[in-house]
Write a protein that binds this ligand. Structure first.
Ligand SMILES: *Cc1c(COP(=O)(O)O)cnc(C)c1O
Length: 379
């Protein structure tokens, strides 16, 4: 018998989404900007300490707008965590600015504050004060944002917090996406909740979020006719997508609990193996555990590494994925500067993302457990 494929992270609807879509249809709010967008933004704002929110087409468009609003332009330096998904970085290039990539630290796998400060000093010294810093909360784990905020203050450089993977994660009682000058979210298909495609930009500055909405709707001036004074974009989320988002937010806490259960499942199974390690939650940190990822230290084993495990899972029709390949290793960015000691290279080489959907069933976990037990000789 052929076992059904187990996916890494697939959309998981709670049930209310379809009612919200039906409601939008009943009101004939199929057109781009309708009341569901406003409600969706209101719910997002509640999570993010009443900050202001604009819902957009994608996380990538949110970063593009954030950079725009910070006045980033041609030849400006933008410091960015190297270990991330390309969506964090492409918008820097849309503006013809220059990314400089910063290494990770070993605990959270996110941007290393020491390497960041070295980069800031290096560029200030040559008269090129960085225009912005983009930090990422990889796989749901908050970065060491308090150290980063101190540097941001000390050198007066604003922060864009890419919280695309960390909706619902927090440090103490502050939610990710609320720390930076701008926070950005993504509701792409594989994220912890999805609107089938979407994103958001967050700020405590009401005027900047109003400006984001303006830029996201072709920068149309407030006149009876079509008047334009600056370049805009078609970046607003659709009303139907926002309707899905309202339903998804109702189950966010439940889905986070299920993702954290997945993490505990893998941790209980594998953490005692010498040579296998996990992304650690520092004191006071709370990760939504979007994707559980492990590091396999090849030197501790005979003929075992993350790639061999990936193939073994694949042969059992179970999807797993390599970690994001750091940006300083990408052919696209081979001319770019990188500051750090290649910690992200090592994490990337050893890492593997395991199936982590909130819809993973007990049966599916049993299948995964069997393969992992066999692979690591746990029986
Ligand atoms: C998904 C993701 C993005 C981009 O979001 P989209 O909605 O897919 O454009 C940006 N940064 C990170 C870290 C992501 O995981």
């Amino acid at each position: 018998m052929h076992d059904k494929r187990i996916l890494l992270s697939s959309p998981h609807m709670g049930g209310e989404e379809i009612n919200q879509i039906q409601n939008a249809f009943d009101l004939n709010w199929i057109a781009p900007v309708g009341p569901h967008i406003k409600n969706f933004e209101l719910e997002l704002s509640k999570i993010h300490h009443k900050k202001h929110v604009a819902a957009l087409q994608s996380g990538t468009s949110a970063i593009h707008l954030a950079l725009n609003l910070l006045g980033v332009c041609e030849s400006d330096i933008v410091l960015c965590q190297s270990f991330t998904f390309i969506g964090s970085v492409n918008p820097i290039k849309y503006l013809n600015a220059t990314p400089v990539f910063i290494d990770s630290e070993v605990q959270t796998w996110n941007i290393c504050p020491e390497a960041l400060e070295s980069a800031i000093k290096k560029y200030i010294k040559i008269g090129k004060r960085p225009k912005a810093i983009i930090v990422v909360n990889l796989y749901g784990m908050p970065c060491k944002i308090h150290d980063i905020l101190n540097l941001s203050k000390k050198y007066d450089i604003p922060i864009i917090e890419d919280a695309a993977e960390s909706l619902g994660s927090k440090i103490e009682n502050t939610f990710c996406g609320s720390f930076g000058h701008f926070g950005i979210l993504s509701f792409n298909g594989n994220k912890i909740i999805t609107t089938s495609g979407g994103g958001a930009i967050i700020s405590s500055n009401h005027k900047l979020i109003e400006k984001a909405k303006f830029l996201a709707t072709q920068a149309k001036e407030n006149c009876d006719h079509y008047e334009h004074k600056e370049i805009g974009f078609n970046y607003r989320i659709s009303n139907i997508s926002a309707a899905i988002g309202i339903g998804q937010l109702e189950v966010l806490d439940k889905w986070i609990k299920l993702r954290r259960d997945n993490y505990n499942f893998y941790f209980n199974l594998l953490s005692s193996i010498d040579g296998v390690s996990f992304q650690e939650e520092p004191d006071g940190f709370f990760s939504n555990r979007w994707l559980t990822s492990i590091l396999i230290d090849e030197l501790k084993f005979k003929n075992i590494n993350s790639n061999i495990l990936r193939k073994k899972l694949e042969s059992n029709n179970i999807e797993s994925r390599p970690l994001w390949k750091p940006m300083h290793l990408q052919p696209l960015f081979k001319e770019c500067d990188f500051i750090g000691s290649k910690i992200s290279n090592k994490i990337y080489e050893k890492g593997l993302c395991l199936p982590s959907g909130s819809n993973l069933s007990t049966k599916e976990k049993e299948r995964i457990e069997n393969v992992l037990s066999d692979f690591f000789n746990l029986k």
